[in-house]
Every structure is written in structure tokens, then in C-alpha cells.
Design a protein around this ligand. Structure first.
Ligand code: NA7
Length: 555
């Protein structure tokens, strides 16, 4: 199992059993699990530190929208015991500290290569191994390749006319300078009004001299009702953690709350209002959606929560014209609901100005600011909170070629195709963590990540035990899964939204609803059944069928 350095045509090649791409929540846990199973494993991470999403997204106000006590690993009781969260929703620096702590605590760093950006991954048919190359010209071979590349790790690049002429400074929230940015005495523009902007705007407003928010589509946002977490509270949670996490694993969204039992119109309007008020006071991403079974499937049911939220916005924002411009009218929840701390309240500040791009479309960036149909706004800094090429971007950025040189970009030219969100037909021995076709971004990511990493590790271990050198999803299994995911989504309101869930935010991206909507619990059962059926839907090739060359390098 040890690492052997080979020389091919004079180039040093590092051999491993497994290469994991990415050192965020997924990659760190994958390394821990695989190493424990005795696989030589190397993690390649393009950042200069571990943390993935939480390494890059350091913009002011960045925090998780799942409660800290659930947005963390459950694989180690010791880790649960020796870490405490300070707030109900941890801020980015604290989450990054947690991931750094995990890397140290489990001695992971010695197998992580930082500043190593993977450029290509090519499958070698003769040897049943992947050849991975980084932009630094390092080469690695491995039997198994685990893409722990994240769902929101490829930014949508600002493609605004005139940006090159802008004389001030500009930033993308997803690539925030580690040293931070001081906006005091500055006139700042924020472009965007998604989750990121909604977190950043209240913070920037407190610092900047003037803040101009350029909003194209208003979004629904629920109050976080964030608060400090007491030690007693956390001790209580940890004392019963196994049960709590089991509950989350069996739930739809990967959070430990009971599933709703009633449809919206099964209760009286007064009762519904009371339940929405209760949810709003409790706060969080599921403030309103937690209560009803038909929230995501019935237009009229969904509209009741949408109107409730608009009413809240009108109550909070003093200027009725600004309040109306902030009111969303699409379905609530079908584009990820935002979670905020004083977002709508921020528009009551004198130094905050909402620019409604539906009334005055953005024309271009100029040397001094931003020009819309109504005039020019002079600013010193521009913050692009314009999102990500979500779910597929990070994989498509890499030149991935599977069996017979097939390219993943071509395989996905009409939208992502996977089996279980874990594997792609024609791309043997490659696994994706929380890939398209799995609950991923519709769930508590950490719960889904642990499930995927466990499933992948168990699969690789089972393959080793059986002497399998090549495992790949069959065309048929992939086709059936793609159809299944799509049929499930069609029974909901989700595919109707102009969201990054369907790729609507990236010009030219095929419109396909990417996540699996039936929930974490059902999904886990599907994955477990596939494994129990001897990896149904995967074609396996054993060592005895391999060539002598394969024998020499097999794990
Ligand atoms: P999102 O949710 O994709 O939001 C991006 C925002 O940027 C959204 O308001 C967009 O408006 C706006 N945008 C994007 N391109 C433009 C252009 N060209 N002009 C004007 N406005 C634009 O990304 P976030 O980073 O906020 O959140 C992503 C996820 O990260 C989030 O759901 C959480 O899970 C964490 P549009 O809606 O397209 O009109």
C-alpha cells in the first residue's frame, strides 16, 4: 500500500491508491476514512489552506445557514466532545477554525498537498488507473479518484462591459482577500441579492460611507434569530448526539426536525398564520417550510408563505417603495431561501440605497462606477455577489477523460448525468461527493457528505476485498437514475424557478434540475440497497481479467 514514485519518460509520477481532489468538509473526511482503511491517499487542494468553501468565502457576514451543532461532523465522539460552537449559526472564521482543528486533530495535513490545482484526470484503460496532473505539472496515478470538489466552488465570473476600465477596486465574494477589506469612508456597490449578498450587505453597510445595492431579482430571506450558544446547551446536544444525527440522516433535509404532517389548507388561515409567526420567531432556513407537507409542491400552498414573507418585508422596511422593490414574487424556497441578520432592516439606514435593476437595467461599469439606464453611480469599490457555476462547474473545469478518452464535459453537454450522484457511466473508479443527482444542496451538506464518503469508502474497500480493479456505473443504471431524479423533481415546484439549481444563472448552461428531491433518508436507503445488492448498476472487473501490467500497479 505504500506510495511508490515511478519515473515515466523522465517525469516523476506519484502512485497512490486514492487521490482525493479538494480539502473541504468532503476531502478531509474522505482522507480520514480512507487512510483508516489502509489506502495510501493523497489530497490535492488548490487553496493555500484547507477548508474548501469556507477557505474562499471570507466575505463579511459569511456564515452557515444550518445550525452549527448540526453543520459539523459526527464521525468522532472525541471531536464532538472537544469542540464548542459560540453561536447558533457559526460565522466563517469559526467554521474555518473548526476545519483546521479537524485537520490537526486527525493528523491529516501530512497527506494533503496545498496549492495543487488539478488540471486533468485521464483514465488509463490498460492499467485501470487514473493519471492526474496539476497546473504545477505534478503527476499522480491512482486506482481510485474521489472528486470532493464541492458544489459552490467555481465562481461565476463578472462579465460586465467596462469592468476593465474601473479605476476603483473590485472583489468577488467567493474569492475574498484573506486579509479582509476595509470599506470605511468608501462608496461601495454590491451587485447581487442572493444568500451571499444578503449576508454581506448589513455588514458592509455598517462600515461603508455609502452603499448601493444593485438588485435584479429580490429574494426571500428568513431571520436567522442568531444568538450565542451556551456551553450547557451544547453539552445537552452532544450527550444525545448519536440519536440526533440518526434523526437528521433519516429526514428530508438532513436536519433533526420532525417532518410536517399537515397540508397548508388543512388548517384554518388563523392557525396557519400562527404557525408562520412561530416559525419566523424561531428563525432559520426552514422557518416557514418546516410546517407543511405541500409547501414545495402546491402553488397555492406556497403562495401563502410567500405572501406572509412579503408582509413581513413591508412591516420592516419603512419606505414603502423600497419595501415593494424588495418583495419577491416567485415561489418561496424553490430558489434557496436566504437566512439573514438584519437584512431588510438595513434598508432603513440613510447610507443604503437600493437600485432596482428591473426598473433601470445595468448598462456597464465605467471608470468611476456603474451606469444604469437612469444614470451613473460613482463608487470606490464594487463587490460582486453574483454566485457560482454551481454543482457542475468545478468538475467541468478539470479536463476529465474516462474510458476510451471520453470527456466528461461532452458526457454532460446536455446537463449532468450520474448514477446516484456518485458515479458516471464511462468514468470508471471515479466518485463524486454530493454530485448532481444526490440531495446535496437541498440538504445539510455535512450530513450528506458523511453519507457519501462512507458509501464511497465502503465501496472501495469492498472492491479491494473482491480483487476488483475497475468499477463503473452502467449506461442503463445512469439513464434510469437521471430519469428518476427528473421525475421526482417534476412532481414539485422546484424546476420552475430561475435558480442555480437548474443552472439558470449561467448563460448557456443546459437547464436541468440537478439535486435529488426525495430527501436524505430515502436517498440513503437507495444507496444502501445498491451496495447490499452487490453494487447493483455497476459493472465490475476483477484482477483475474486484468492484464499483467495492471497486476503490477494494482492496490
Ligand atoms: P446566487 O444565489 O446565485 O445569487 C447571485 C445574485 O447575483 C443574484 O441576486 C443574481 O440576480 C445576481 N446576479 C448574477 N449575475 C448578475 C448580473 N449579471 N447582473 C445583476 N445581478 C446579477 O449566489 P449567492 O452567492 O448569493 O448564493 C449561492 C449559494 O451560496 C446560496 O444559495 C447558499 O447556498 C450559499 P438574479 O437572481 O440572477 O436576477
Amino acid at each position: 500500500m505504500s506510495v511508490a514514485a515511478q519515473t515515466r519518460a523522465g517525469v516523476r509520477v506519484n502512485d497512490y491508491d486514492v487521490i482525493v481532489v479538494g480539502a473541504g468538509f468532503s476531502g478531509l473526511y474522505a482522507l480520514h476514512r480512507l487512510r483508516k482503511l489502509g489506502f495510501s491517499t493523497r489530497v490535492l487542494e488548490r487553496g493555500s489552506g484547507v477548508g474548501g468553501t469556507w477557505f474562499w468565502n471570507r466575505y463579511p457576514g459569511a456564515r452557515c445557514d444550518i445550525e452549527s451543532v448540526d453543520y459539523c461532523y459526527s464521525f468522532s465522539e472525541e471531536l464532538l466532545d472537544d469542540w464548542t460552537w459560540t453561536e447558533r449559526y457559526a460565522a466563517q472564521p469559526e467554521i474555518l477554525r473548526y476545519l483546521d482543528h479537524v485537520a490537526d486533530r486527525f493528523d491529516l495535513r501530512r497527506d494533503i498537498e496545498l496549492n495543487a490545482e488539478v488540471e486533468s484526470a485521464h483514465f488509463e484503460d490498460q492499467r485501470d488507473r487514473w493519471m492526474i496532473t496539476t497546473t504545477q505539472r505534478e503527476r499522480f496515478t491512482c486506482r481510485w479518484c474521489v472528486m470532493a470538489t464541492g458544489n459552490l466552488s467555481t465562481i461565476k465570473r463578472p462579465a460586465f462591459a467596462g469592468l476593465g476600465e474601473f479605476e476603483g477596486e473590485w472583489f468577488h465574494t467567493g474569492q475574498w482577500p484573506p486579509e479582509g477589506v476595509d470599506f470605511s469612508r468608501k462608496r461601495v456597490a454590491v451587485i447581487g441579492s442572493g444568500s451571499t449578498a444578503i449576508q454581506a450587505i448589513p455588514q458592509i453597510a455598517r462600515q461603508a460611507d455609502q452603499l448601493y445595492v444593485f438588485q435584479r431579482t429580490p429574494n426571500y430571506s428568513m431571520p436567522a434569530q442568531n444568538r450565542p450558544l451556551s456551553l450547557e446547551e451544547q453539552r445537552e446536544v452532544v450527550s444525545d448526539y448519536a440519536r440526533r444525527r440518526k434523526f437528521a440522516q433519516a429526514s428530508d433535509a438532513g436536519i433533526p426536525f420532525p417532518a410536517p404532517t399537515k397540508a397548508v389548507f388543512e388548517v384554518t388561515p388563523a392557525e396557519r398564520h400562527r404557525m408562520f409567526e412561530e416559525g419566523w420567531s424561531r428563525g432559520g432556513i426552514n422557518s416557514l417550510s418546516y410546517a407543511f407537507t405541500d409547501f414545495f409542491s402546491n402553488h397555492a400552498a406556497n403562495s401563502t408563505a410567500a405572501e406572509f414573507t412579503r408582509q413581513k418585508i413591508r412591516e420592516i422596511v419603512r419606505d414603502p417603495e423600497v419595501a415593494e422593490a424588495l418583495c419577491p414574487y416567485q415561489h418561496i424556497g424553490t430558489k434557496r431561501t436566504c437566512v439573514d441578520i438584519n437584512y431588510f432592516e438595513t434598508y432603513n439606514r440613510d447610507n443604503v440605497h437600493l437600485i432596482d435593476l428591473r426598473r433601470e437595467p445595468l448598462q456597464q461599469i465605467t471608470g468611476r462606477g456603474i451606469r444604469t439606464d437612469a444614470g451613473e453611480y460613482e463608487v470606490d469599490s464594487i463587490v460582486f455577489a453574483i454566485g457560482f457555476d454551481a454543482m457542475t462547474g468545478a468538475l467541468r473545469e478539470i479536463d476529465i477523460r474516462g474510458a476510451n478518452g471520453a470527456s466528461l464535459s461532452e458526457h454532460w453537454s446536455e446537463g449532468p448525468r450520474t448514477y446516484l450522484g456518485l458515479a458516471m457511466a464511462g468514468f470508471p473508479n471515479m466518485f463524486t461527493v454530493t454530485g448532481p443527482g444526490s440531495p446535496s444542496v437541498l440538504s445539510n451538506m455535512v450530513v450528506s457528505i458523511e453519507q457519501h464518503v462512507d458509501w464511497i469508502s465502503d465501496c472501495i474497500e469492498a472492491m479491494r476485498a473482491r480483487g476488483v480493479t475497475r468499477v463503473q456505473a452502467t449506461d442503463e443504471a445512469e439513464q434510469d437514475w437521471v430519469q428518476h431524479v427528473s421525475t421526482l423533481a417534476e412532481g414539485t415546484l422546484y424546476p420552475l424557478a430561475q435558480s442555480w439549481y437548474v443552472g439558470a444563472n449561467i448563460p448557456g448552461k443546459p437547464r436541468v434540475f440537478m439535486p435529488y428531491v426525495a430527501g436524505c433518508g430515502t436517498y440513503r436507503q437507495e444507496c444502501d440497497a445498491v451496495a447490499a445488492d452487490g453494487y447493483r448498476g455497476f459493472a465490475l472487473k476483477t484482477r483475474s481479467e486484468s492484464s499483467p501490467a495492471q497486476e503490477r500497479v494494482s492496490a
